[in-house]
Design a protein around this ligand. Structure first.
Ligand code: GRF
Length: 211
């Protein structure tokens, strides 16, 4: 019997360059999965245009139509569930979901963060704030992290990381650009490991079962 491919749901808010990397990896059969839905909390997210180009179903869920974060989370989670999504990828999604989401997708949701967690993560650490904090700290290395989503902010089990050196003349922008390039390689890799059933999770540790 043919196995049905893993269904991925991608959550976005912005440009969607990571979404593009995921689309490319799926189209090139590097990742054995299909993208069933792209959901945005922003009407004008360019990510929606990217998805549209490939006829991937999209959904804009406007937070303003919901009384609170819990109601918003429930609607978004139920949309993903209804489509049989087995992995949710947060790709530049700028909204915090309640534990209802994590309970419905335990170790089935990933996020990409543009720094080496557990450093430079948590509340307020997004976009240029992350890179500015790295530069201020004097750290010689930054990078990116793909991790499972848990109930905390950037605290879930780390799946893969890659180091990017900080250059003396780096600005937040130049560092962000170099890291983003690596993100486009790292996120599809983490998804591939998941889709191939290669991830073994023990507490906070994620082992790659490459046998
Ligand atoms: C990336 O830097 C990602 O690490 C962070 O948000 C950014 C999203 O960029 N979570 P894009 O929308 O994928 O281009």
């Amino acid at each position: 019997m043919k196995k049905t491919p893993l269904k991925i749901g991608v959550l976005v808010s912005g440009s969607g360059s990571n979404l593009q990397a995921i689309i490319d990896a799926v189209r090139r059969h590097k990742v054995k999965a299909e993208i069933s839905i792209v959901i945005s909390n922003k009407a004008d997210a360019y990510a929606l245009t990217r998805a549209g180009k490939y006829k991937i179903p999209t959904l804009y869920i406007d937070p303003k139509n919901y009384p609170d974060r819990e109601a918003y989370t429930r609607t978004l989670t139920d949309e993903l569930k209804q489509r049989g999504v087995g992995l949710v990828c947060l790709a530049g999604f700028m909204s915090i979901l309640t534990p209802y989401f994590v309970k419905n997708f335990p170790l089935q949701a990933m996020n990409i963060h543009p720094a080496l967690l557990p450093s430079f993560g948590g509340t307020g650490m997004y976009g240029h704030h992350v890179h500015e904090a790295v530069l201020r700290s004097g750290a010689k290395y930054s990078g990116c992290t793909v991790h499972f989503v848990d109930e905390g902010c950037d605290t879930g089990p780390i799946i893969v990381q890659e180091v990017v050196p900080v250059k003396d003349d780096d600005t937040a922008d130049s560092l962000a650009k170099r890291i983003l390039k690596i993100e486009h390689k790292l996120y599809p890799l983490a998804i591939k490991y998941f889709a191939d059933g290669k991830l073994h999770i023990v507490g906070k540790r994620v082992w790659l079962n490459n046998k």
